[in-house]
Design a binder for this molecule. Structure first.
Ligand code: KIV
Ligand code: ZN
Length: 512
């Protein structure tokens, strides 16, 4: 029978502590609610002693989250434990997570104690925590570098004293998979009362082994995995939970485990975490990266059209993504171009000539690299497209830039036969507000997919290059502009995109 792996999320504690600016209460509650919707078993909401803000956000998370167990971190100190328990006191059931270094290095150079002393400190703190809850998790910090004899000794007595979950962290991401699984195996072999406890693991990614180590640990007997969404966390981060969850699901026959996670929420949750924490998801990140389900080479694209399983081990739908995607590049074949045209609503022969389109596609792809949907449409309907005059024309753009006050932007935009005026007065998020205004004027429901600024030097002069990708009706539109004025370029690229959307809407209407 398959065994359950408990998923313990520490995005709001280990993840949050690694951010350059801490999150506010509203943001933390939003993340906690997304985690709850994903069906995370245990949410580590914070480290209440660390700041009054953290204390309040743990309280608010307790107020809003109903289905996941809430947990708070505390050092093995009476005050820490009391404050952590107080932050969660409105709940009937909650978990207290105590931690103490057990490696020689941590004991001697950080805690300035010996093993006997930290052993006693651990037992004393358990007694204190038991006044508040019987759901106690204990972490032997730096377990990955702790002598196995000491680790077995302390684990055995923690169990005797009523700890329900023992966490074995590889705090500095030092171990490699078969070394880490041996630690767990040894605990199962040498600790006589081990069957009375859940062994948890908590890995860091300093050597890029966090997910591998976590999987090897559950194969050796661990039943709780700790990690964060997108893998954010101290230094190189923590185990990325989305990778763990999908590995357990995808390789269920081999691993013989299950989780209770609603995997269809993975994509959405990862977007929320990335946006709120301001940590972009790398394009090639496993499971949730933009390229994780897109295929580039012609051979792969053709293989996927014939049978997706040829090059896909998971379905994007499993993580809540609607579609697979082909990166249309010079390596793409005719089949991929035809498939994409079909997806965006055009039928070969009726609407366009594939042979001609593919020939022009290759020429442009060689020059441009990646081809967007609107490029394809432009090529397919070139003449009709070029005949169209732009609908949106910038008549006037005035920027009064204030570094300490509010920046003012005046835009007069010709929209067909009308002139629409946009006035923005703001202290921050200037470009975001300009785009919101232009979106409203155009009434195109566009989403910004990527906005990049890079600096280019020409001689002694520095220019800004804006790269904007926006999505409208499931189609991507792209524009770039280089100038000395960042704000002006930002306006130009958006207007170009609005015109491309408008032109294609006209052609599309005529074709229907
Ligand atoms: O990495 C670590 O050891 C920790 C503990 C507090 C569990 O984050
Ligand atoms: Zn950690």
């Amino acid at each position: 029978m398959k065994e359950k792996i408990i998923i313990f999320d520490t995005t709001l504690r280990d993840g949050e502590q690694s951010l350059q600016t801490s999150l506010n209460i509203k943001e933390k509650v939003k993340i906690a609610l997304a985690l709850e919707k994903m069906n995370i078993d245990i949410i580590e909401a914070g480290f209440p002693i660390s700041s009054p803000g953290d204390f309040k956000s743990v309280q608010q998370i307790c107020k809003h989250v109903k289905n996941s167990t809430i947990c708070s971190l505390a050092r093995c100190l009476e005050k820490d434990i009391r404050i952590a328990a107080e932050a969660m006191s409105q709940l009937e059931n909650f978990r207290l997570h105590l931690f103490l270094g057990t490696s020689k290095l941590h004991i001697e150079s950080k805690l300035k104690k010996n093993f006997q002393e930290i052993h006693q400190m651990a037992l004393k703190s358990i007694k204190i925590a038991q006044k508040y809850t019987d759901d106690i998790e204990f972490s032997c910090e730096d377990a990955g570098r702790t002598s196995i004899d000491n680790l077995c000794r302390i684990v055995e007595s923690l169990i005797k004293n009523g700890v329900k979950t023992i966490n074995i962290p590889d705090t500095v991401g030092y171990t490699i998979p078969n070394e880490f699984s041996k630690i767990i195996e040894n605990l199962y072999k040498r600790v006589p009362n081990i069957d009375q406890v859940i062994i948890s693991i908590h890995c860091h990614n300093d050597l890029g082994m966090a997910v591998g180590n976590s999987i090897s640990a559950i194969q050796a007997g661990a039943r709780q995995i700790e990690g964060t969404i997108t893998g954010i966390g101290e230094r190189a981060g923590n185990t990325a939970l989305e990778e763990i969850i999908m590995a357990i699901k995808t390789r269920k026959k081999l691993l013989n485990f299950f989780t209770n996670i609603q995997h269809k929420e993975i994509y959405h949750t990862s977007k929320i975490v990335s946006e709120i924490c301001n940590i972009p998801i790398p394009i090639n990140k496993a499971i949730i990266g933009e390229n994780a389900f897109s295929h580039s080479s012609g051979i792969h694209q053709d293989g996927v059209i014939k049978n997706r399983k040829n090059y896909e081990i998971m379905s994007p739908k499993d993580i809540g993504l609607k579609k697979i995607q082909f990166n249309l590049t010079p390596r793409s074949g005719r089949a991929a171009v035809k498939q994409r045209m079909k997806e965006i609503g055009y039928i070969e022969k009726k609407d366009y000539n594939l042979k001609k389109l593919y020939k022009n596609f290759l020429k442009l792809a060689d020059k441009k690299g990646q081809i967007c949907d609107y490029d394809l449409e432009k090529l397919a309907f070139k003449k009709k497209y070029l005949e169209k005059k732009p609908y949106f024309i910038l008549k006037n753009l005035k920027i009064i830039l204030k570094f300490y006050g509010k920046t003012k932007i005046f835009i007069d935009l010709i929209c067909g036969k009308k002139i629409k005026k946009l006035f923005i007065k703001t202290k921050n998020d200037v470009i975001k507000k300009i785009y919101q205004g232009l979106k409203k004027i155009s009434s195109f429901n566009i989403f910004i997919k990527n906005f990049q600024i890079s600096s280019i030097t020409k001689g002694k002069k520095i220019f800004n290059k804006i790269n904007l990708i926006a999505e409208y009706n499931n189609k991507k539109f792209h524009s770039t502009h280089t100038s000395k004025n960042l704000l002006k370029s930002s306006v130009y690229v958006m207007i170009e995109i609005l015109n491309n959307i408008w032109k294609l809407n006209q052609i599309y209407k005529k074709n229907k």
